[in-house]
Design a protein around this ligand. Sequence first.
Ligand code: AKB
Length: 346
Amino acid sequence: MMGSVKARKQVVLVTGAGGEVGNGLIHRLAKTEGYDILALDLKPLDEATAAKCQAQIIGDILDERLLERLVSEYEIHAIFHLAALLSTRAEFTPETAHEVNVKGTLNLLKLAVEQARWHGQRVKFLFPSSIAVYGLTSLEEKEKAGAVAEGDWTQPTTMYGCNKLYCEHLGRYYARHYRQLAVESGQQGVDFRAIRFPGLISAFTLPHGGTSDYAPEMIHAAARSEPYASFVREDTRIPFMAMPDAIDALLALMEAPLDRLSNHVYNITAFSPSAGEFAELVRGAFDGAEIRFEPDVRRQAIVDTWPARVDDSRARNDWGFAPAYDLQRCFEEYLLPNIRQRYADD
Ligand code: AKB
């Protein structure tokens, strides 16, 4: 028995490995000593990303048999559970989104508990939550609310937002109260840590099925010399962040000593331009960029319930969060050079 335990390979598991955050995270983790990566996704990873992983499993987080196999083959010390259906997509198939976003997370939390039982150490569980957990009731309230703190306005209007908020609760339950009536309750096996991400903007990839997608879509369309019709109004304002800062934040939260963390869930943010201000920057950077505003009433209604700003002082105080990119630096030093390069050969 012990022989087979020792034979298991020590890894960090990344679900949703082929997605925007997964991709960036794997390349960053691979540069850091000491992490062997086990990637899980529905589709095969691109060659460059797959090469950074110790192994890739093509499969579904809803496939419990597959997850059981992972437990027997690998010793998992940390999980980045990134797989999810985003907010717009989830509204087309809410029950499927619930299944993937909630049941999938529950499966991974159970896997974490089992892993911890095997190797006797807590499994760190990094969970990307979202500004979609907030639900402001009107534009007037949004204006009045200012920078929203973690405990305020948590009445989401989307299935995705409900899923993320509930999974935060599940994570806290697994970390603190799992099987609290069992004889051997007490120290739990899951060290659950969540970040409520703002909209993310990557120079290399485009999101699929989100409602904050208008900003990345705008700049990528301009770089490809394609016209773009924004599905939100010019005055729409929500928080955003450059992808490298989002990846750094996940790693910083993972590395933070547990006794420094006063909470399981943290807001983070970098800048909050209006869609019109973002469009102006894109027009300034790409001659002839054609951006018009044709709001989609329903998607607009979703974004209008998300805060214009969030208060991330808890993350700054507890684990030293500080984004490297403000809006200007994000454009000049990260987005523009990388996006230009990316489309140069097309
Ligand atoms: C989405 O738009 O669904 C995501 C998010 C804000 O979590 N980008």
